[in-house]
Design a protein around this ligand. Structure first.
Ligand code: PMP
Length: 286
């Protein structure tokens, strides 16, 4: 089954989808995107993903081109036209095609694109052993809360991790924890989960919200507050979260073991809560 994508109103094979080179997404990275995980053909936290997508449009002063009902229909169509029970739905809107000029063009149609790929959640071995991360300075712009396709900073930073054989960077700005190149970061200190607040310096992760909701509902001690670099470096546990990574333990930071060097007890509890929650939600959706 070949991959079927959506482009500006039509479904087509991925290899047939074409965008003009003057698209502002290509020229300037002038667009926003969203990634929605799909389990057993059901989108997970759809309303929350669409709410964030709408906020991304507002943040870059782009009219929200489809209604929530139309996005939902589009996502369902992509799911049914593509193979796999578990998928990752990618939606992107750019400011469209126009003569190259930084200021916004008048009266252009946005480019609307959607695709699906197979969702591969972390293998059991990765969950059980954790992953390596390295620390970097967060030199990205000051609108990291916008899920923008302008991801050069994130790509450069992720490559620093890849070059070091690590899966993610843990970033600091002014000696405070921000996030990873494509994930939010939590730490555990003396049994309390610490999460940096949702400011302009981090992407408001959908998984981040789920983790904090689960902590709240299950009596896991947690605090949302600024986390210093020193606290990260002396943390008992470090986690990264995202729609595709779910919750993963970071077991080495800059080559040194985090805590015992194995995924910690609080991580194990949260990972289990997350899996149980996913199952419950999917059963309700079925
Ligand atoms: N931060 C960044 C920079 C990201 O790219 C992502 C992944 N979209 C996240 C955090 C996690 O967000 P979510 O849980 O919604 O996948």
């Amino acid at each position: 089954m070949s991959e079927i994508v959506y482009l500006n109103g039509d479904f087509m094979r991925l290899e047939d989808a074409r965008v003009p080179v003057l698209d502002r997404g290509f020229i300037f990275g002038d667009g926003i995107y969203e990634v929605i995980p799909v389990y057993s053909k059901h989108p997970f936290r759809m309303q929350e993903h669409l709410a964030r997508f709408r906020r991304s449009h507002d943040a870059i002063r782009l009219a929200y081109p489809l209604s929530d009902a139309e996005w939902t229909r589009l996502v369902k169509d992509l799911i049914s036209r593509n193979a796999g029970d578990d998928q990752s739905i990618y939606l992107q809107v750019t400011r469209g095609v126009a003569k190259r000029d930084h200021a916004f063009p008048k009266d252009t149609q946005p480019t609307i694109f959607g695709m699906s790929s197979l969702l591969s959640t972390p293998a059991r071995e990765v969950v059980e052993n954790g992953v390596a991360a390295i620390t970097t300075i967060d030199y990205r712009w000051l609108k990291c809360d916008v899920k923008s396709t302008s991801l050069l900073g994130n790509c450069l930073l992720r490559q620093v991790a890849a070059d070091a054989g690590a899966v993610e960077v843990v970033m600091f700005r002014d000696a405070f924890l921000t996030e990873g190149s494509s994930s939010n970061v939590f730490v555990v200190k003396n049994g309390t989960v610490l999460a940096p607040p949702k400011t302009n310096l981090v992407l408001p992760g959908i998984t981040y919200d789920v983790v904090l909701e689960l902590a709240q509902a299950n009596g896991v001690p947690h605090e949302v507050r600024q986390v210093s670099e020193a606290e990260v470096r002396s943390a008992d546990e470090i986690w990264v979260t995202s729609s595709t990574k779910e919750v993963l333990a970071v077991t080495t930071l800059d080559g040194k073991p985090v805590g015992s060097g194995k995924p910690g007890a609080v991580f194990k509890r949260m990972h289990q809560l997350y899996q149980d929650f996913k199952r419950t939600v999917m059963r309700q959706a079925a």
